[in-house]
Write a protein that binds this ligand. Structure first.
Ligand code: ZN
Ligand code: ZN
Length: 313
């Protein structure tokens, strides 16, 4: 069978379900209120074939449901499920990353209003115990009860020729992040670097994909400024791949995906493959996405998302 085995990881499990470029784009559209096939076709720019393939997949993994908009009506509406609603944290962290590294007039005119406190806010990933902002180097890892190996399908998906940069939707507010993580191997490689892996052989040992695929993905991540190559041996020249500031800043997004995977993508029921410890306070890490103004935990129902008119600014 066309499979490979990797160390069990909630990030990989989660992204094997929703980490495809088109799945991430579709979920984002539904978050911002787009929910029919024709609307999604127009906003994502995907072909009919790709769109219906991903919509079916997202229903299969329990991230979307489909039902008539009105009783007896013909128009089908796609809705988020309790599982996919909880991807909201990751959407907020993705938006923050995008604003920091790809600021545009359009992005600047997007506002998030926390109805609970009445303020326009910035979402922040904080420790549920000590409330400190979480940075990549404040976290350590231990094997959890579900530490094991996962057999994963090397599924080949119908691809679209459209690049994420050309997606027509104005609501596509974290397209650059999707471009970088929307390929399972690039996302897997970035996740490995959080654990201190930084050489080609180490990546390859953890992620036994074909070497040309791995080489290609590392090159992509260097070109997109996520990794920098640092010479560690002169003859023959050998390079390590170190996260740049931009690469490190993807961490809150990955952490939110990891926590979502812990909760929703555990096929064995054995528990978390990994236990995260917040070194600042010494407690098991439970990251919470909070409002910068009132420091309360954010949830989708209490946040108003507005796309302003950049020309009016
Ligand atoms: Zn803490
Ligand atoms: Zn607030």
């Amino acid at each position: 069978m066309n499979t490979l085995t990797t160390r069990a990881s909630s990030i990989n499990r989660a992204l094997d379900q929703i980490g495809d470029k088109w799945c991430l784009l579709i979920i984002q559209e539904v978050f911002w209120g787009i929910n029919t096939f024709s609307e999604m076709l127009a906003t994502t720019g995907a072909s009919r074939g790709v769109l219906s393939d991903r919509l079916q997949w997202l229903q299969k993994v329990d991230c979307l449901t489909k039902a008539p908009g009105r009783k007896g009506g013909k128009r089908m509406i796609y809705r988020l499920t309790p599982k996919s609603i909880e991807l909201y944290d990751s959407a907020l962290m993705a938006l923050e990353w995008e604003r920091r590294f790809f600021p545009t007039l359009e992005l600047e005119s997007v506002t998030l209003l926390h109805r609970t406190c009445g303020h326009v806010f910035t979402p922040q990933m904080r420790c549920g115990k000590c409330n400190e902002s979480i940075s990549i180097y404040d976290v350590s890892y231990k094997p959890g009860p579900g530490a094991a190996r996962d057999e994963r399908e090397k599924k080949v998906r119908r691809r679209s020729s459209l690049s994420v940069q050309d997606v027509p939707s104005k609501r596509s507010v974290y397209r650059n992040l999707i471009n970088i993580v929307g390929d399972r191997w690039t996302a897997n490689v970035i996740a490995l670097s959080f654990h201190g892996f930084n050489r080609f052989e180490q990546f390859h040992e953890e992620l036994p994909v074909a070497t040309n695929i791995l080489t290609d993905r590392l090159k992509f991540l260097v070109e997109h400024g996520i990794f920098q190559q640092v010479l560690y041996k002169e003859r023959p020249p050998r390079y390590e791949y170190r996260l740049t500031e931009k690469g490190e800043a993807t961490y809150p997004w990955f952490l939110s995906i990891l926590q979502w995977g812990d909760k929703w993508c555990d096929p064995t029921g054995a528990g978390k493959p990994m236990r995260l410890i917040h070194k600042r306070c010494g407690h098991t890490l439970h990251g919470q996405v909070k409002c910068s103004e009132c420091e309360k935990v954010l949830n989708a129902q209490e946040v108003q998302f507005d796309i302003g008119d950049p020309r009016a600014a």
